[in-house]
Design a protein around this ligand. Structure first.
Ligand SMILES: Cc1ncc(COP(=O)(O)O)c(C=O)c1O
Length: 465
């Protein structure tokens, strides 16, 4: 902020921090929102103002913003063994226990678990594993990876290539060659007039098959999909989508990776989004709620077929030449173990199932707001899409930044939310949220949207109904 005092957090931030996902030039004028503490579903800024964290941070702080058991788990592990690694067959108990716990909870039979630090690293790892797998099988030409337009899989070179969002590609010189994107399964915008959800799902599968055939099935190695697309707009696929997609992938021996970085650990009302959406992955990546985001950790689970090929190839080479210094770091692993125990003990899935109807009812209650084109969601995952023209299903000009403007108004009304592309406000609160907090959160959302509507009307930008 230009008015920020020289020694204020805002001034120090502007002088020193390069922020992810921020207009770096405008930031010098607008400055940061400095958060100082958290409790339950709320965080407080440096002026003492509380906010409901409607995004659980970045779709991740599943148990909210304080938890003594997780603090203790980290401290105890730090006292006992603050660091050890997994290279060259070294191991430690948190690594082994967490791998066992994940395998026991996997949505389909999985064989082994590899650990990394972030969702992006997990997805990069899965991409490299798929390449390694096909080299092991003597198919060096079978390497291309398919993502989806609006899919989000992270920002490292390979995962950003897989991501299907312009802001993650533009000026970064990605996607790299060998990454392809098939259509977004978004019924609201993508369906043809009169097309049913099932027909649209079948068309998505037909488009995928056409892409595979155009490229040559012998060149396509894998496809990545979030069960529900998160950062691309909270997009729930149409009925029958994954069974149709998977039939195509099986036909051409293409591996399917479920990116469960957002959907995993209860978000959709089952342990995994794969269970909710009927996904049977060969590889599964997860992160975020794996440790309730108290510490960074991610995981890649592979099935027996994939593992067998990796094992053969590594034996031929002499080593599996991939791993991070912090792969399976004992402290985040200990926190993840405690997190999974807490999920079991508090019955997190039952809790999500019990309160999801109230969440979804409140979310869909916005459907008739003049600014809202579509409300969509599953479990404790929801999106409210703002439009300029309800009938035509048309968004505002992106240059007007209506979504970010709505998110800013949300903050004024005491809710931290996030606008994802397509002017969709995303809602993924901590899974521990209560029904009264859901009501409080959506009451603030209504206040913010009503205020935005009044402002836009004054500016001659009222939505067409
Ligand atoms: C579905 C999905 N995959 C991968 C990622 C990347 O994870 P990270 O930011 O930890 O690298 C994200 C982050 O939001 C995500 O939503």
């Amino acid at each position: 902020m230009t008015s920020a005092r020289a020694n204020s957090n805002a001034a120090r931030d502007i002088a020193s921090v390069l922020h992810p996902y921020t207009d770096l030039l405008a930031h010098a004028e607008t400055g940061p929102l400095v958060i100082t503490r958290g409790e339950g579903v709320r965080v407080w800024d440096e002026n003492g103002k509380p906010y409901i964290e409607a995004m659980a941070g970045l779709w991740c702080a599943s148990l909210g913003f304080n938890n003594e058991r997780l603090v203790e788990a980290a401290a105890a592990q730090m006292r006992k063994l603050p660091f050890y690694h997994a290279f060259a067959a070294k191991s430690h108990e948190p690594l082994i226990t967490l791998a066992e716990m994940l395998l026991a909870r996997a949505p389909v039979a999985m064989s082994k678990v590899f650990f990394a630090n972030s969702g992006s690293e997990a997805n990069d790892t899965a991409i490299k594993m798929i390449w390694y797998f096909n080299n092991a099988l003597g198919r060096p030409q079978k390497k291309k990876i398919i993502g989806r337009v609006k899919g989000y899989h992270g920002i490292t070179l390979a995962s950003a290539s897989l991501t299907g969002l312009p802001a993650n590609h533009r000026s970064f010189d990605v996607p790299l060659p060998g990454f392809l994107h098939t259509i977004t399964p978004h019924f609201y915008h993508g369906a043809a007039p009169g097309e049913s959800e099932r027909d649209f799902a079948a068309r998505c599968a037909a488009e995928l098959e056409a892409l595979i055939l155009a490229e040559g099935p012998e060149t396509i190695a894998g496809m990545f999909a979030e069960p529900v697309m998160g950062a691309g707009g909270v997009i729930v696929p149409p009925e029958g989508y994954f069974p149709a997609i998977q039939a195509v992938l099986r036909k051409y021996d293409i591996l399917l990776v479920a990116d469960e970085v957002i959907c995993g650990f209860g978000r959709t009302g089952n342990y995994w989004g794969s269970q909710t959406l009927g996904v049977t992955p060969d590889i599964l990546t997860c992160a975020k709620a794996l440790s309730a985001s108290f510490l960074p950790i991610s995981a890649v689970m592979v099935n027996a077929r994939v593992f067998a090929a990796l094992a053969e190839e590594s034996h031929k080479i002499g080593t599996f030449g991939h791993g991070f210094t912090y792969s399976g770091h004992p402290v985040p692993a200990a926190v993840a173990i405690e997190t999974l125990k807490i999920y079991d003990e508090i019955g997190i899935i039952d809790h999500v199932r019990a309160i999801a109807p109230a969440f979804q009812r409140a979310l869909h209650g916005f459907a008739d707001h003049p600014l809202v084109g579509e409300t969509r969601g599953l479990g404790l995952l929801g999106g409210i899409e703002l439009v300029a023209d309800k009938g035509a299903r048309q968004n505002y000009d992106p240059a007007l930044k209506i979504g970010p403007r709505a998110a800013k108004l949300l903050e004024k009304h005491g809710v931290i939310g996030r606008a994802v592309p397509g002017d969709t406000l995303a809602f993924t609160p901590p899974l521990i949220i209560s029904e009264s907090e859901i009501a409080e959160m959506f009451a603030a959302v209504r206040g913010a949207l009503d205020e935005l509507l009044a402002e836009l009307t004054r500016e001659g930008l009222a939505p067409r109904l």
